[in-house]
Design a protein around this ligand. Structure first.
Ligand SMILES: [Zn+2]
Ligand SMILES: [Zn+2]
Length: 247
């Protein structure tokens, strides 16, 4: 497995470098929800009381959008599907809405690290997949220039670092689409169709971990997965939050 060297992953994120130690003294890890200083970094960026309110999501079937109940494959699983599977850290509720809004629109880039590290640890713990590379869903270059960063790239880099694999921008978004948040499920599919292209061909059997912040109708992730699949990749999706309410 490509990330097998991480099987003996230490409980604490590898941060033995003196600079990391100093930074942690100056800026200790805090609970994502209530900002309490965390006593030790055990990988889950929530304090003990916020852990009791957290509702983890888990694996979701990209075809029927049901949560997997213990089994590793849904009955509608198809090896030919461009998006093999989907994993979400959390369901999208008020708290996650605020956090992801802070990351994207209020320039709280420091959130990318706990999200990225947390995703990586769950991928390893749940043996979700064994990727060769982590790929973020791209923004159009004008949107990225305007925002100053792509939140999915920031998260993906931290995930890749913990998994011990590269983070590569293998996709380009060629068209600046209208925001997916304001339109219906059908319009989302049409809006995003044909907007991505792959920057290189990929070796046979190449496994990609495709990262985005939110999964709603799945239009964006499925379109990106289809393009990567067309370039030869097997694609596993991960997101921070799953928001299935749009019809
Ligand atoms: Zn807390
Ligand atoms: Zn299914």
């Amino acid at each position: 497995m490509p990330h097998s060297r991480n099987q003996g992953l230490p409980e604490v994120e590898p941060s033995a470098r003196p600079l990391d130690y100093l930074l942690n003294l100056l800026f200790p890890d805090r609970c994502l929800f209530c900002r309490t200083i965390l006593p030790s970094a055990d990988g889950l960026p929530l304090c003990s009381s916020c852990r009791t309110t957290f509702s983890p999501a888990g694996r979701i079937c990209p075809q029927c959008e049901r949560f997997f109940q213990g089994q590793t494959e849904c009955t509608c699983f198809s090896a030919a599907s461009p998006l093999q599977s989907l994993f979400a850290l959390s369901r999208y509720d008020q708290q996650w809405r605020a956090l992801l809004h802070d990351l994207k629109y209020r320039n709280r880039r420091s959130l990318a690290r706990p999200f990225g590290v947390w995703l990586a640890r769950e991928i390893i713990k749940q043996e979700y997949c064994a990727p060769h590379v982590v790929v973020p869903i791209p923004l159009h270059r004008l949107r990225e220039k305007e925002r100053g960063f792509n939140q999915s790239t920031l998260v993906a880099c931290h995930t890749a670092r913990i998994l011990g694999i590269p983070c590569r921008q293998l996709l380009v978004k060629n068209k600046d689409t209208v925001s997916q948040t304001t339109i219906s499920r059908l319009e989302r599919r049409e809006n995003i169709h044909g907007v991505f292209s792959c920057t290189s061909s990929l070796p046979q059997g190449f496994v990609v971990l495709l990262i985005d912040d939110i999964y709603s109708t799945g239009a964006t992730m499925k379109e990106a997965a289809a393009v990567l699949h067309g370039c030869g990749a097997k694609v596993f999706g991960v997101v921070i939050a799953y928001n299935p309410r749009i019809s």
